[in-house]
Design a protein around this ligand. Structure first.
Ligand code: DC
Length: 335
């Protein structure tokens, strides 16, 4: 008796997805191992505890594996385990060297495993990149690096010191005393300027505009990009920004570029800032976003741009869950 193993993932807990994934997995195992159905004595499935819609064993019967003993069980919920995963063991009456089959990224993306991955999510303000990047990092248990926060901290320093942000030379000379660091507490990034936590203060509209202006200067970018590459070189992380896929990490394992209509983006930022207690005006916010888009995408050095190999997603009419599902599906299919 030989045992062949296999696993696959699904994106959503839906009957049709389970049927399709189980059928694909079993037929690939059969084909790769040159089996006939008569050589399979029994098939045992286990699925992660987030799968409820359908029995994999039932899906197997429907996929043509009738007349074989089939069994499905649910796995306990293990912290850090892969989500929405169906695993299988086929017991075979044939003496072969088994070829196991793992589909749709049925491997674990975990920070404690050797596999290091970098996921780049670029896009303009309000395209939803930071929300999605945070959730992705949480689900994969890897780091989220908000690179915009670094440019914001630099813009804030210039404003606090009364430096004209349009004066490139003056901004560059500030850099020698720029004491910028990022820290993680409970998985949340905190941006520190001279040891002071400025994570909230850097979100205001004047700081947004100053960040966009100082980020035009090569001296600023070179300094901050060095920090970003250092972090990404050591750890698996999701980085969001404007130039991650094109400049910071041109070899990132996965690249996404999120876009959305300007009105939708302005409304999102408005709701977000209001919820934090900031007094903001929607029209002024829309103008600021449009001005930043223009400045960020027309600067000479590493402008806001989709990398040629990025997956572009228009989020205007998509929920956060839909964008997240689309990104995860792309990742799962590629790893
Ligand atoms: O993502 P954000 O809105 O927090 O970014 C603030 C500004 O920082 C943005 O207008 C341009 C700049 N930025 C950049 O030039 N490159 C990045 N990788 C991230 C942000």
């Amino acid at each position: 008796m030989v045992v062949i193993r296999g696993a696959t993932t699904i994106v959503q807990d839906e009957k049709e997805e389970i049927q399709k994934a189980v059928s694909e997995l079993l037929w690939q195992i059969v084909n790769k191992n040159n089996l006939t159905k008569d050589e399979i004595t029994s098939i045992v499935f286990s699925s992660t505890s987030d799968i409820h819609s359908y029995y994999p064993a039932k899906a197997a019967r429907e996929a043509g594996f009738e007349g074989i003993s089939l069994f499905s069980a649910q796995e306990p919920e293990i912290d850090g385990g892969l989500k929405l995963c169906i695993r299988v063991m086929l017991f075979i009456e044939k003496n072969i060297r088994p070829l196991h089959v793992y589909l749709r990224g049925a491997r674990v993306l975990r920070k404690d495993l050797a596999l290091k991955i970098n996921i780049a999510i670029d896009g303009p303000a309000g395209s939803g990149k930071s929300t999605v990047a945070k959730l992705l990092a949480r689900d994969y248990k890897i780091l989220y690096l908000d690179t915009g926060a670094m440019y914001r901290a630099c813009g804030l320093k210039a404003l606090r010191e009364g430096v004209n942000v349009e004066d490139e030379g003056a901004v560059c000379s500030l850099l020698s005393s720029l004491d910028l660091s990022v820290e993680y507490r409970d998985g949340v990034q905190h941006t520190l300027l001279g040891g002071e936590d400025v994570s909230e203060e850097i979100r205001t509209p004047p700081v947004s505009m100053a960040a966009s202006t100082v980020s035009k200067y090569p001296c600023v970018r070179l300094k901050l990009v060095e920090k970003q590459r250092e972090i990404a070189g050591k750890l698996s992380c999701v980085l969001d920004g404007r130039d991650i896929g094109t400049y910071v990490l041109p070899d990132a394992d996965f690249k996404f570029f999120l876009t959305a209509d300007t009105d939708v983006r302005a409304r999102r930022r408005f709701d977000e800032l209001k919820a934090k207690g900031f007094d903001v005006d929607l029209t002024a916010l829309r103008e600021e976003i449009a001005a930043r888009d223009k400045q960020d995408s027309t600067r000479a050095f590493a402008p806001l741009k989709a990398a040629d190999d990025a997956v572009v997603i228009d989020t205007s009419r998509l929920s956060v869950e839909e964008v997240l599902a689309c990104i995860k599906k792309t990742i799962q299919e590629k790893i």
